[in-house]
Design a protein around this ligand. Structure first.
Ligand code: NAP
Length: 348
């Protein structure tokens, strides 16, 4: 049981990112004192939307510069905080030239540096870590081995490595390291949030994250000849942000929380967009045959191994802990997709 004094400042890392911006917005609107770390305070393209948020009574935003890979960078911003939301981590999908340098080093060093700072901050009580469902599974095909036919908080990704699904590997080792560091001490506890693919509108007009880019690709007509038979969990960015806030301030919150509203295929996603905006976008209306997807693998930026283990399999997720213990309620996917398309139309 961890009780947080909500009048004290709270720290959030990677504050200008797609997800973090919603956490910052909700915290400021609710009147919290928010310490926000960003890589560059003068990069208004990346942080301008944070400055536009109108805080509620008592809400304060303080910006600090910090890089995941620089030891000690989070010490100053963390002073006096009882909670840290550690969201910062590179989220890159598709071609990554140097996975060690671009993904694993920042994810792992980031967790270490943030948690070492927590250990040096006597007021620190709770670390809320943004992990991912990709730290729980690698390939949709693994669902066949699950007696419940659903992934849940007991699962770990045991397959990803530097060569195969390096983003998932970076999230898995970062979360495992966080749990190991938590067990070495008794001062602060750790709660991890493991969201599925996050969709929903961005705060303001920052539109460079991987979630927004994925929807932009779908809307661009790139898949109009057909969609690969791939499916994933989907969750609204605003619900994920609320889950972080519930996890921070609920004294009973503990362990991992898988966050997913439902599973969807690319074709189902396209159908949702078409239902909300009939005929407006050149969307796929059929599934591509397997052989064609394999042929198109390089264009789709998907490896043959990935296709073999994911094409035609549908991962399902058990979100019971998030609803029954954390008290999260999920908005319908139609609202998520509709708001997201409206939110990024200006950037298309
Ligand atoms: P995003 O917009 O790209 O945010 C990533 C954040 O990490 C950015 O603020 C970025 O800073 C920061 N960052 C990256 N490298 C850094 C470094 N070396 N030093 C300091 N900060 C660094 O992506 P997002 O979707 O919001 O992701 C946020 C978190 O959610 C990540 O931990 C991601 O793994 C996790 N997640 C995302 C999804 C999803 O579908 N989007 C699903 C599950 C989990 P800049 O602002 O300076 O670029």
């Amino acid at each position: 049981m961890t009780t947080i004094d909500q009048r004290q400042p709270v720290l959030i890392t990677g504050a200008g990112g797609y997800l973090a911006s919603w956490i910052v917005k909700y915290l400021l609107e609710a009147g919290y004192h928010v310490r926000a770390t960003v890589r560059n305070k003068n990069d208004f393209k990346k942080i301008g939307h944070l400055l536009d948020i109108r805080p509620g009574e008592g809400g304060i935003l303080e910006l600090f510069e910090a890089d995941l890979t620089r030891p000690g960078d989070f010490n100053k911003a963390m002073r006096g905080c009882e909670v840290v939301f550690h969201t910062a981590s590179p989220f890159l999908i598709g071609k990554v030239k140097d996975p060690q340098k671009q993904l694993v080093d920042p994810a792992l060093e980031g967790v270490r540096n943030v948690l070492y700072s927590a250990a040096e901050t006597p007021t620190m009580k709770r670390v809320v870590l943004t992990s991912s469902v990709v730290a729980m599974y690698c390939d949709a095909r693994e669902i066949l081995d699950k007696p419940s036919k659903k992934f849940n908080e007991e699962d770990w990704n045991r397959i990803a490595d530097l060569q195969y699904e390096p983003y998932a590997f970076s999230k898995t080792i970062a979360e495992k390291t966080a749990w190991a560091l938590m067990h070495e001490q008794k001062q602060w506890d750790l709660v991890s949030l493991n969201p599925a693919f996050i969709f929903g509108p961005p705060v303001g007009n920052r539109a460079d994250g991987a979630s927004v880019a994925t929807l932009q690709r779908a809307l661009s007509g790139e898949m109009r000849i057909g969609a690969p038979d791939l499916a994933f969990g989907i969750v609204d960015v605003r619900d994920v942000a609320q889950a972080h806030i519930l996890a921070a301030f609920n004294p009973e919150a503990s362990g991992r929380y898988l966050l997913s509203k439902q599973s969807m295929s690319f074709l189902e996603l396209a159908n949702e967009i078409d239902a909300a905006f009939p005929g407006k976008y050149k969307l796929p209306n059929k599934v591509l045959p397997k052989w064609l997807v394999v042929l198109l693998a390089p264009v789709l930026r998907l490896s043959k191994r990935y296709l073999r283990n994911n094409l035609g399999y549908r991962p399902e997720f058990d979100n019971t802990r998030s609803t029954s213990l954390l008290g999260l309620s999920y908005r319908p996917v139609r609202e998520t997709i509709g708001d997201m398309v409206r939110g990024i139309e200006g950037a298309l």
